[in-house]
Design a protein around this ligand. Sequence first.
Ligand SMILES: NC(=O)c1ccc[n+]([C@@H]2O[C@H](COP(=O)([O-])OP(=O)(O)OC[C@H]3O[C@@H](n4cnc5c(N)ncnc54)[C@H](OP(=O)(O)O)[C@@H]3O)[C@@H](O)[C@H]2O)c1
Length: 318
Amino acid sequence: MPYSRNMKNIFVLGGTGFVGSHVCEQLVRAGWQVTVPTRRRVHAQAIQHLPGLTVLELDVHDEAALTRAMAGHAAVINLVAILHGDAAAFAKAHVQLTEKVARACLANSVSHLVHISALGADSSRMRTAPSYYLRSKSAAEAVLVQVAAATPALRVSLLRPSVIFGAGDQFLNVFAKLQAIFPFIPLAGADARFQPVWVCDVAQAVVRVLNLPPGGHGVQARELVGPDVMRLRDLVHMAGALSGAGDGKGRPIFGLPMWAARIQAFFMELPPGAPLMSRDNLDSMRVDNIATAGMPGLAQLGITAAAIEPVARGYLRR
Ligand SMILES: NC(=O)c1ccc[n+]([C@@H]2O[C@H](COP(=O)([O-])OP(=O)(O)OC[C@H]3O[C@@H](n4cnc5c(N)ncnc54)[C@H](OP(=O)(O)O)[C@@H]3O)[C@@H](O)[C@H]2O)c1
């Protein structure tokens, strides 16, 4: 076990991902010693150069190995999630892994667990949320509410972002690429509303909750959203226009009725690999993805959320 317990040692599950790599960068800048477990070392290419960051090849679902690897860390961040899969896959990645992470935190006397959830998840919605994704995210929150209630020494921060944009995202970049190829876009969930948040604001929020003064034990949930509430069709149009598709006007967008969207999603799920849109993603979009009035968010952490257009202009422009 290479680590001696240090208040600045932090263990970041999912640190190799889109959000995780930004979180790791900001943690390193803030002086944390960061350990990132990954299923495959090659996934850590974007972060392995960061000073003070250690990459561990590890099966995070192996609880004994996870517990050993977490020894010596004062805080843990869990960013692991999947967007596609069946009920069993969502249960494994979101709920069972959260249970293992929580037990490993208790075994190692970790004082702060930061769990990245999703807007629309809530422990009370584990049976009623519209999709496997949101039900399993809600069930993971329920696990942590219970653990925190039974363990006053563990502080649990739940962060619930809306859809996240930023250089390298799989969101606006995908819609920009589609409009570079196709003359028009048949769009599922076109009228669903989102409140997109910048990846750097999400990463900053993680660092800020870690720096909160001690004493706030128990669970605290925060919703991370940007200042713009936009329908999916407007976001897709913006991505097309900013990337120069259709001579800078974006491609025509045709909203699909739900029955046609489900057929489209069914066919997208057939080839191997992650589909562009699954039926479960459509189910998630049955409810708007916007902040709940009165919930704490970025502003309470002293962060002014970035507007989407100026940031997206910077990375979508071809
Ligand atoms: N991106 C968004 O728009 C968005 C919106 C709302 C909430 N969130 C939440 O933010 C967090 C990070 O999202 P992201 O977009 O950064 O995700 P991502 O890029 O897909 O990264 C996910 C990470 O989880 C690990 N992982 C994936 N599947 C796994 C599995 N089956 N078992 C174990 N580890 C697995 C991967 O690590 P290795 O491959 O290295 O093992 C990867 O680093 C998630 O909790 C997500 O739900 C994201």
